[in-house]
Design a protein around this ligand. Structure first.
Ligand code: PEP
Length: 244
């Protein structure tokens, strides 16, 4: 399976910025040996979907509500994202877990809502620095997987150590490989054969200079990229570094 390089724009992006960036991705995509996904803020999902129409670059949301519709002021539902042209949605990002108190149970409900709407969920898991230092990283991630994924989960998992997000720090290659092997084993144990083929992305301070080494590690099926996804040259630099 081709690796997936997914960009999480977080709460960044204007109409002008989006048009320039999306045009650059569209122009470069055909020559890449990986799949591209952009996850702009909800205000730009429809803009991105239109700008990328006819290309292979996919568009995703950064979150969705667990309910398809209703009295939830300020929220966005999975059917709304689908209607706007999204095919994917990031769920359980550590910033959502921290800023909005999202639990594994809520993430699991959101995964069900996403799948019901025809979206492919990208579920984020990862330990804090204190948990890693305390030797709990694998147990924490196993717990998040158990709580967030139903037995029939068929989406993408993103391993994002919280302490590596936006900090410029990354785990060692050995630590990334070990955690991805652990996640694969957990997926196979919990989901059976279905867990063997799921993509496991690495996320946390991925940039052009470290992408080739990270993307070459076993069980790394691509990257979830934050800051570097906002600059076409950086995002495409990461995409060009994948093993193809
Ligand atoms: C992210 O927020 O998913 C992320 C990986 O951010 P960054 O690449 O900026 O560390």
């Amino acid at each position: 399976m081709r690796q997936l390089i997914a960009g999480n724009w977080k709460m960044n992006g204007s109409l002008t910025m989006a048009r320039g960036l999306l045009d650059a991705l569209r122009a470069a995509d055909a020559a890449l040996g990986c799949d591209l996904l952009v996850c702009p803020p909800a205000t730009l999902v429809s803009v991105a979907a239109h700008a990328l129409l006819g290309s292979r670059v996919a568009v995703g949301g950064q979150d969705c509500h667990a309910k398809p519709a209703g009295a939830h002021t300020g929220d966005i539902s999975a059917p709304m994202l689908r209607d706007a042209g999204a095919s994917h949605v990031i769920l359980g990002h550590s910033e959502r877990r921290a800023d909005h108190g999202e639990s594994d149970a809520l993430v699991r409900a959101k995964v069900a809502a996403a799948v019901a709407a025809g979206l492919l969920p990208i579920v984020c898991v990862g330990e804090t620095e204190a948990q890693r230092v305390g030797g709990q990283a694998e147990a924490v991630v196993a717990g998040q997987l158990a709580g967030s994924l139903a037995e029939d989960f068929a989406g993408v998992v993103a391993y994002e150590p919280v302490w590596a997000i936006g900090t410029g720090r990354t785990p060692t290659e050995a630590d990334v490989a070990a955690m991805h092997a652990h996640i694969r084993a957990e997926l196979e144990r919990r989901l059976g054969a279905g867990g063997a083929g799921l993509r496991i992305l690495y996320g946390g301070s991925v940039k052009p200079s470290n992408a080739a080494a990270l993307m070459a590690l076993p069980e790394v099926g691509g990257a979830l990229v934050g800051g570097a996804s906002l600059v076409a040259e950086d995002f495409l630099g990461i995409a060009r570094a994948v093993r193809g």
